[in-house]
Design a binder for this molecule. Structure first.
Ligand code: SAH
Ligand code: F3S
Length: 448
């Protein structure tokens, strides 16, 4: 029998990249062959994101574009991930939500045999894909390892709890096993992923039964700080990052673990969303301006050189000029190394969509966003310029796109650094003296 080929495309966050690797592994194990060529595929899978209107629109355009390119019959288009629930009623597609990836091979067979269903969007209370070794891309530098799926926080603007379901922490043993496996495979860096890594929690009851689980045999409960420490100890020669933290759940223990282990990068992504207490409360964020600043002070106290980044939404329901100024004020206080800044878009199904009015005009949203972006640029530059003349540990990730005689890599704080190649190689850890910068990039020279 000729094996069927699948092509898989990704939209959205790092978690979707990680999910695609899980889906690829599931299909690979069932004899499907991955292809990078859309036109030779029998199955085209698109992993979707519905966090913002803009991402959804882009995906809908792409689906139409694919339909236009692929004029052949008997090609299956599959919608995976967050937008699956939107496509539930469109019978021509395979539609699979984030908790149903294991069903994909059967659903594909149903499609080609023209029998049964090929839609599955229900949520599971337990599915974490813990036993599946993701099929990763060949570039063996950084690997994403998902540690917790879903989110329980119910920020009023956010669709994630509805598209990805409730929080589910993954068995720590499977996480550590995977990290060790990645080290053996030659990977250099691990990024532990979750919508809110700080709420990772594993009750160890079941673990005691398995005596092989040496590293965690005496632990009753594994929280994020313990997990982070276990990972740092298990793969001491790898860099560890984690993404995303939540200001309400980040514990002092996590900060102390980051400080203690040199292989844990000194960078925290800590979304604030707004600097206004009024807006934070409308957003159902559990932190106030003062709580957030207090946490920032604590971080800087425990890890003085810690780099900080965040997510900010501009133009949320009822946001007035004063509230916007409060966000600028907070940014001026923290001076983030970098930020992801978004224009608010109403998402169907969220509390804000049901109960609040999207009443900030598009032109105001855009103006405020421009102000935020411009301010962030000055802060990024301020942070970067401060590192001129310092010597930094860099992991080389690839060849610079602007100049083939240069490599690019990252420092512990997650800044991109470019430097002449000299006698180094992709995947090496090296020391670079920083000599120059822009607001986006550091420039330097390798110290031999
Ligand atoms: N904790 C998650 C957050 C997921 S959503 C994480 O791991 O990143 C990522 C960011 O998208 C949020 O922090 C928020 O800033 C932004 N966002 C979410 N919903 C949005 C909406 N309706 N409009 C605009 N931005 C939104
Ligand atoms: Fe979304 Fe808030 Fe969770 S932004 S992912 S509901 S922490």
């Amino acid at each position: 029998m000729i094996k069927k080929k699948f092509y898989i495309e990704n939209y959205g966050c790092q978690m979707n990249i990680s999910d695609n690797e899980i889906v690829s592994s599931i299909l690979d194990n069932k004899g499907f062959i991955k292809t990078e060529n859309l036109k030779e595929a029998n199955i085209i899978l698109i992993n979707t994101c519905s966090i913002r209107e803009k991402s959804e629109k882009k995906i809908l355009l792409r689906i139409n574009q694919i339909k236009f390119i692929i004029k052949k019959n008997n090609i299956l288009i599959g919608i995976l991930g967050c937008m699956a629930s939107k496509f539930k009623k469109i019978k021509e597609h395979l539609v699979v939500g984030p908790d149903s990836y294991r069903e994909i091979p059967n659903l594909i067979n149903n499609f080609f045999k023209k029998k049964g269903e090929y839609i599955s969007t229900s949520f599971s209370k337990t599915e974490t894909y813990a036993d599946i070794i993701p099929k990763r891309e060949e570039k063996k530098i950084t690997a994403f390892v998902t540690i917790i799926r879903g989110c329980d926080n119910m920020c009023t603007f956010c669709v994630v709890p509805f598209t990805r379901g409730r929080e589910k922490s993954r068995d720590p043993y499977s996480i550590i096993k995977e990290c060790k496996f990645l080290f053996k495979k030659g990977y250099k860096e691990i990024i532990l992923l979750g919508q809110n890594v700080d709420s990772y929690l594993w009750y160890g009851g079941g673990l005691k039964k398995n005596l092989k689980r040496k590293e965690i045999k005496n632990e009753e409960i594994i929280n994020f700080s313990k997990l982070l420490e276990l990972v740092a100890i298990s793969v001491p020669l790898m860099r560890i990052r984690f993404w995303t933290s939540n200001p309400n759940d980040m514990s002092d223990n996590v900060l102390n673990v980051i400080k203690k282990y040199i292989n844990i990068c000194k960078h925290i992504h800590l979304p604030v969303q707004s600097g206004s207490n009024r807006i934070l409360s409308l957003m159902n964020r559990k932190h106030t301006y003062v709580d957030y600043i207090f946490l920032i002070k604590k971080i800087k106290n425990i890890i003085p050189n810690c780099s900080l980044s965040c997510d900010i939404i501009t133009g949320f329901c009822n946001e007035n000029q004063n509230n916007h100024n409060e966000t600028l004020h907070l940014m001026n206080y923290v001076k983030y190394n970098f930020s992801y800044m978004f224009l608010y878009s109403h998402r169907i199904g969220t509390y804000a969509y049901k109960k609040l009015i999207d009443n900030v005009s598009l032109s105001t949203k855009k103006r405020r966003l421009t102000e935020i972006i411009n301010l962030q640029k000055t802060h990024s530059y301020y942070r970067k310029i401060k590192s001129i003349d310092s010597i930094q540990d860099i992991l080389i990730e690839g060849i610079s796109t602007k100049n083939i005689n240069f490599f690019y890599g990252r420092n512990s704080g997650n800044d991109i650094v470019i430097f002449p190649k000299k006698n180094s190689k992709i995947g090496y850890f090296i020391k670079v003296k920083i000599t120059n910068c822009t607001s986006a990039t550091l420039v330097g020279n390798i110290l031999l």
